[in-house]
Design a protein around this ligand. Structure first.
Ligand code: FRU
Length: 528
């Protein structure tokens, strides 16, 4: 690697010539109708295709479903429409991984049937064969999902969403629908969906949470088939700008203490902090039947625009709580400028709970295994900035990289740009303690009205008072930013018309940046 440093001038410039050539993946060809031309034989090297995030091989994907770990394998099911790159009759797609980074595509797991389309839900391993659908020697993998009946919806009925069960006796490869479906019904609430089932060792029962319009409902069961309604939560709590979706509930230890708390995740669309879809959380107590909280404020798991419908894995080893979200937003999910496929998942993130300023905060940190994909390109201990001075870093692969550093808790501005004059601006305003992402000029933004309309501002009162730790991860059409190890995370889609090749760093104050490094992130689809 060849480096050039110019010190002593107002502009400190640093050029990194990477030994990695990703130019073939970058070529965007636009035809006379201003359409992006894609060679459909080039799966995983189309424009904007993420290289280390999960994407469907082709066609439309939304929510992660049925996330369960079993016998060394992480299963990821997902809302899938195999015939188009827009939402359509939902199936469950399926992929597996042993490290949550590299994925194998599997056959479609669940197809729509006479009861309905297959909406979101969860999966468990019925180790004691409580359902009787397998044996103790070969415990069934059980999926509990929402059936959405289109006819019922069109005819104005209120009972068109019910919960169904399917099981697999061969590690998720083939599935049978339970012949007593649906297993949970309701006649009054038209939005009644997204069941998350899990084994509760404290009460020795299966538990399930689902959403019903403006609240969550809790159920218990001995056998995963007969469910008893226990309680509801939320009509008067949290954000209600839209319908509640995709709940999850789990217990976490509070770091550096003996305390444990339950976390309830609720996605909401619209009504999120920066517009459209987003995921809020509540910290409280749960006794296996009902959830209580004295939380007054609204908390968001991510402050960017593109982390929705995220839930966590059942049965992960070492009690790790691993979260994956859908990296999109219903405001524009169907319009993004990709071709063969549409949508990606967030990086898997480990969730943890801390108490800071007498308040509980859910932290999200990219899973450790990502480190195996990194190839260090540049490690420069310190960058000293005079007020209003600019440091320019030229590097050809920002679009597939991790940038890390520790800055003083002072103003900071980062601008990623390219020779097409696209720019993505990230800023921390220390006086107001506001963090912002401005993607208005980040590349292709005009495919939908709201996408490039606003700067996304977030108050970040809990960032460090002397230094702030920045981790920025870009993967062609996404940026994920983690402040102070994920006390705040921001996930956004971006569609630069050519990759960003320059990073300009500046501050209105004298600023010292330490431990600055750039890592290339290897593609998970490259065979070598
Ligand atoms: C969330 C959601 C779920 C539903 C699924 C349908 O994005 O709306 O509530 O089950 O998508 O695809």
């Amino acid at each position: 690697m060849y480096k050039r440093l110019f010190f002593g001038t107002l502009l400190l410039a640093l050029t990194l010539h990477s030994c990695i050539d990703t130019s073939e993946k970058t070529a965007i060809v636009i035809n006379s109708n201003q359409e992006i031309v894609v060679d459909s034989s080039k799966i995983h090297s189309e424009p904007f295709r993420p290289q280390f995030h999960f994407t469907p091989e082709k066609k439309w994907m939304n929510d992660p479903n049925g996330m369960v770990y079993h016998k060394g394998v992480y299963h990821l099911f997902y809302q899938y429409y195999p015939d188009d790159i827009v939402w359509g009759p939902m199936h469950w797609g399926h992929a597996t991984s042993t490290d949550l980074i590299h994925w194998n595509y599997k056959k479609i797991a669940l197809f729509p049937d006479a009861i309905g389309l297959i909406f979101s839900g969860s999966a468990v391993i019925d180790l004691k064969n409580t359902s009787g659908l397998g044996t103790k020697e070969n415990p069934p993998m059980i999926a509990i999902f929402t059936y959405h009946n289109m006819k019922g919806e069109k005819s104005g009925r209120k009972d068109f969403q019910t919960q169904g069960l399917a099981y697999s006796l061969d590690e998720g490869n083939t599935w049978l629908k339970y012949n007593g479906n649906p297993i949970i019904k309701n006649s009054t609430q038209k939005d009644f969906r997204d069941p998350k089932a899990f084994w509760n060792p404290e009460t020795n029962l299966w538990n399930l949470v689902l959403v019903a319009g403006d609240h969550a409902e809790f159920f218990t069961s001995k056998n995963l088939i007969n469910w008893q309604f226990e309680s509801e939560f939320g009509e008067k709590s949290g954000a209600h700008g839209g319908v509640w979706e995709c709940p999850d509930i789990f217990k976490l230890k509070v770091a550096d203490s003996k305390e444990e708390k339950w976390v309830l995740l609720i996605s909401i669309n619209p009504g999120a902090t920066n517009g459209g879809s987003g995921t809020q959380y509540f910290i409280g107590e749960y006794n296996g039947k009902s959830f209580k909280t004295d939380q007054k404020d609204i908390k968001w798991i991510d402050h960017g625009t593109d982390n929705y419908a995220g839930v966590t894995y059942n049965n992960t080893p070492d009690d790790k709580r691993v979260f994956i979200g859908w990296m999109s937003n219903w405001s524009y999910a169907r319009d993004t400028p990709t071709k063969n496929w549409r949508s990606a998942m967030t990086l898997p993130r480990e969730l943890s709970l801390i108490k800071t300023n007498n308040d509980y905060v859910l932290k999200s940190t990219p899973i450790e295994q990502l480190k195996n994909q990194l190839k260090q390109e540049y490690s420069h201990k310190t960058i000293k900035l005079q007020a209003d001075e600019k440091v320019e870093i030229n590097y050809p692969n920002f679009n597939q990289s991790e940038i890390k550093f520790i800055a003083e808790a002072k103003d900071l501005k980062l601008v990623f740009s390219n020779n097409a004059k696209d720019s993505l601006v990230i800023e921390y305003d220390s006086k107001q303690k506001i963090f912002s992402i401005d993607r208005r000029h980040s590349g292709i933004v005009n495919f939908e009205e709201s996408f490039g309309k606003q700067i996304h501002n977030t108050a970040v009162p809990n960032v460090g008072s002397s230094t702030i730790d920045y981790q920025i991860i870009m993967d062609w059409s996404s940026i994920e930013i983690f402040l102070d190890g994920g006390i705040y995370s921001f996930t956004e889609q971006i569609f630069p018309s050519t990759p960003y090749t320059k990073l300009t760093i500046s501050s209105t104050e004298n600023q010292e940046i330490n431990a600055f490094s750039i890592n290339y992130i290897k593609s998970i689809w490259d065979k070598n």
